[in-house]
Design a protein around this ligand. Sequence first.
Ligand code: ADP
Ligand code: MG
Length: 699
Amino acid sequence: MDTAKDICPSTIYGENVFNDSVMRERLPKDTYKKLRRTIEEGLPLDPTVAEVVANAMKDWAIEKGATHYTHWFQPLTGITAEKHDSFISPTGDGRAVMEFSGKELIKGEPDASSFPSGGLRATFEARGYTAWDCTSPAFYKDGTLYIPTAFCSYTGEALDLKTPLLRSAEALNKQTMRILRLFGNTSAKRVVANLGPEQEYFLVDREQYDKRLDLIICGRTLFGAKPPKGQELEDQYFGRLRLRIGQYMHDLDTELWRLGISAKTKHNEVAPAQHELAPIYDPSNIATDHNNLVMELMKTTAKKEGLAALLHEKPFEGVNGSGKHLNWSICTNDGENLLNPGTTPHENAQFLLVLSAVIKAVDEYGDLLRLSIASAGNDHRLGANEAPPAIVSMFLGDELTAVLEAIEEGKPYNGKERTFINVGVTSLPPLPKDTTDRNRTSPFAFTGNKFEFRMCGSAASISEPAFTLNTIVSEELAQYADRLEKASDFDTEVAAIIKETVKDHKRIIFNGNNYTDEWVDEAHRRGLPDIRSTVLSIPSLLEKKNVDVFEKHGVLTKVESESRYEIMFEKYIKVINIEALTMIDMAGKLLLPATLRYLSELASLVSSLKAVGVANKPVSASVEKLSGLAAAFSTELDALKSAVDIASAERDTISQAKAYNDIVIKAMNGLREVADTVEGIVPSDLWPIPTYSDLLFKV
Ligand code: ADP
Ligand code: MG
């Protein structure tokens, strides 16, 4: 293991990134300046600049050992994609030179007919193209120059997760700048949303992993009886890092640092074999690219070290699943965090206005936020008493809530001193950064100077929740700006907006324990949507208000929303279908045969005993019991097979998805139940797959 003695993190940090300092060093001054303007101000890129940049990038990458370049993109599969091209260019005399043109840097044309497009692209015009995203730096990895790109159809529709994110960042910038200018801010040039994703994951031993088809194919266990010990001793959370895990985390950090990813925090999580990694936050586009790399390197580093990293939202039943807390804030280019309560009345009016916009957004578009994190995997977590319920609500803490109530009612705020809060005139009483008891059950919690969106799935890209948040907050800020630009008295109008927002949208604020049944009842009384599954959530995408908000801010066209709707349903169906088929395979070829083998062993024992005149009642009883279970096992297996047949025969996508959600999942649970019972009876040497104890405690 390399340690800090061998490798100094600050020396290796960013060494594999074509970052600002490399560009400054390697590009002619004029080219560098033009490129920076494109990066910072979104100005169109001059083709001659691209030519020079491409050449410098190629030389830099070749010095690192690159033979190829790739346009790295994020199709709607949810994982990244790459097609590698070598720099080789034959000279015609039997030799070759290494070339990379500006054109090749700017645009790529992968044969993209096999990526999900939701009908956006007929196969006869299957070509999509990738376009260089110069706002996220290129990097070197595995003999290849990686160029972050957006992926679009030839008619310009987004076929990926990056394009809408970039568009949403632009929308947020535009609308927030309007507000800032109204508050008299003339110095800020741009506004960005910053994201800090806390990534949870499990590590298991590779040899055990390789023996489980369910882990290999589905990323989660489809069978497995409860181990004697789970997480009840609470000895894993923040526990000492075992040597093997410590080494893995160190090696992972080192690789991430080389790629300029600021891996900062690492610790053991609640469940056995569960861990977390959090980087320091970055602007949304870069944070998203980085999180994709974090997930990839978690897996590849694990493989190198005889481990397997599980990123699935629910790898083990009965054990906490994994999520991804997405920390989100809005900041100016000169470092002002707009979610930071200020010290002057002026700063606070601005803070309260931005806060109001988020409150209104989360209330009006809670269904979209719910949708942005919906997946077959995340369905196992939401509402399962380990993760927030599927009901979107917001935690503000008692102090801030009391301040807002005081504003709404025009009553004094009962803080340390009784004060009337007059927006724009009075400073807020100092708000403690962290309220005494930090609420960890809220899906969307204010944590002093940022929001933490806690519903995100561990395996999913953070792009979708991020572009959804950026868009819906842009919409509210736009509405506020429209009013404020016309207002005769600015301060009065700001105060009126805040008051109105609190009055109309305070139902979304809940500071209590979101894991209780009382909250679910209360949320129903408040009329908050309680959308329990992915299948029920997807239709929100095509609700008029939702199509409109994405369209108005140029984030998704109606056609793009429609295609995403199709893709989400299709993906759901495919995931459940694969899981069901994997169960059928494992049950039919491994688990049921093992059951029958043991049954036959026991039965022979009974007849052998009988032959010598011994009657052993307990053994005979076991035979009967196991024989009954084996019969039930076969029945459940057949039931799952026919459930899959019924579901897959459904003609339209929605009924098919519903059938998988209802009939197939029910049959999967039935099969699992009997298999897990049998696992408790069959001796270890006959049970053909590693158990939960093997997976969770033998790492
Ligand atoms: P905790 O587990 O206590 O919530 P962590 O330290 O694990 O906190 O993670 C917090 C994450 O929030 C980190 O990625 C951090 O960089 C990020 N973060 C901190 N401040 C901001 C901010 N202003 N905007 C966005 N993310 C932030
Ligand atoms: Mg954390």
